[in-house]
Design a protein around this ligand. Structure first.
Ligand SMILES: N[C@@H](CCC(=O)N[C@@H](CS)C(=O)NCC(=O)O)C(=O)O
Length: 201
């Protein structure tokens, strides 16, 4: 049995999207980030970082949302996992790029503009994070001006992982990056994405 630890209101939402795409059965442990459940010795044995998501796939333990999705797509021989080694490498490239250039930046921007209580928000952090997001949106815009998808001729795990990290951008004004805006819409028009997003409540 495949078990997913992590609430839809965390980076586990990307894994939920992938699970929906693959149509897999799974048990969902709806652990919120920083919750007591993630601090127990039992959970720390699965994920020493005490973070979510983590999967337990019949005893195979894996963390890191991007890696989990690459593993699941490859294991289940999904069309979402690029068969061509060059497209596979591009998928890795985009996942690593997103983790480095956009993942924490867009989260911290959201935290310091909206998510944190007003007295804990720091406009300087929000502005610095936004500057980095703007640079990264520019990089995405350049890539999506040349190709419709990030890693090959069709929607793949690369698009899912990068778009999955960008659900916060759905409420931002992306009109300066029209290709990125249109790509994000194409990704989130997928029923599997809508279902995962709805789980955030
Ligand atoms: N790079 C990791 C990041 C995991 C992560 O930071 N998860 C957050 C929730 S979205 C968390 O569990 N945070 C708990 C904490 O900050 O202590 C991934 O993509 O899985």
């Amino acid at each position: 049995m495949l078990r997913l630890y992590g609430s839809a209101r965390s980076r586990a939402v990307r894994v939920l999207w992938m699970l929906n795409e693959l149509g897999l059965n799974y048990e969902h442990k709806d652990y919120a980030p920083r919750s007591a459940e993630t601090k127990t010795p039992e959970y720390r044995a699965l994920n020493a970082n005490s973070r979510v998501p983590t999967i337990d796939d019949d005893g195979f333990i894996l963390s890191e949302s991007m890696a989990i999705n690459m593993y699941l797509a490859k294991k289940h021989k999904s069309v979402l996992y690029p068969a061509d080694p060059k497209n596979e490498a591009l998928a890795w490239q985009w996942c690593l790029w997103e983790t480095d250039r956009l993942d924490r930046q867009i989260v911290d921007h959201a935290r310091h503009t909206n998510d944190l209580p007003a007295n804990e928000r720091d406009p300087k952090i929000a502005a610095a994070m936004w500057d980095q997001c703007v640079q990264s949106f520019g990089v995405l815009e350049g890539a999506l001006s040349k190709n419709e998808w990030l890693a090959g001729p069709a929607f793949s795990v690369a698009d899912l992982n990068v778009a999955g990290a960008l659900f916060r951008a759905l409420v931002l004004d992306l009109s300066k990056w029209p290709k990125t805006q249109a790509w994000l819409k194409r990704c989130y028009d997928r029923p599997a994405a809508k279902k995962a997003l709805a789980m955030r409540g």
